[in-house]
Write a protein that binds this ligand. Structure first.
Ligand code: 4NP
Length: 154
């Protein structure tokens, strides 16, 4: 792996999907012995949940898999995140539209959808509405594994 990879995961509220992605990805890179190569964070497109901790069912799902997200609180992404990160990864198509609005476009082609790194591209359904945190876990884990593989091949 070449230069450090700075990755920002993004969803609507930053209390369910993007913090799950943040801490799953941190766990994967640590287990791969690549922790030093990565800087990983997450943020929201909305200001709705600013300052709130990870939503308890999402936190419990991570803990079931031995992953702690202690200390994480939601923040809204800002325009300068575009220069602070190499990849900005949304969970659903509406996130991408909001990310482009916040950043004033994507001139360097840094924005992606998480499930584009899997065999089944599309959205990560929002468990805030579906209440299905197991499906969210499976989708996000698969996306993060595909992302790590894609980065490791470069
Ligand atoms: P997330 O889920 O985008 O995966 O963090 C949501 C959390 C909160 C709200 C919507 C989605 N909300 O409307 O407050």
């Amino acid at each position: 792996m070449n230069s450090p990879q700075r990755i920002l995961f993004i969803c609507l509220g930053n209390i369910c999907r993007s913090p799950m992605a943040e801490f799953i990805m941190k766990d994967l890179v640590e287990k791969a012995g690549l922790g030093g190569h990565f800087s990983i964070a997450s943020a929201a497109t909305s200001s709705e949940e600013w300052g709130n901790p990870v939503y308890p069912p999402a936190r419990r799902k991570l803990l079931e898999h031995g992953i702690s997200c202690e200390g994480k609180t939601a923040r809204q992404m800002e325009r300068r995140d575009y220069q602070r990160f190499d990849l900005l990864i949304g969970m659903e198509a509406q996130n991408l539209r909001d990310m482009e609005r916040i950043c004033g476009g994507d001139p360097q082609g840094k924005m992606r959808l998480l499930m584009d790194f899997t065999q089944r591209p599309g959205n990560v359904a929002d468990p805030w509405y579906t209440r299905d945190f197991e499906t969210a876990w499976r989708d996000i884990s698969e996306g993060c594994q595909g992302l790590l593989q894609a980065l490791a091949e470069n």
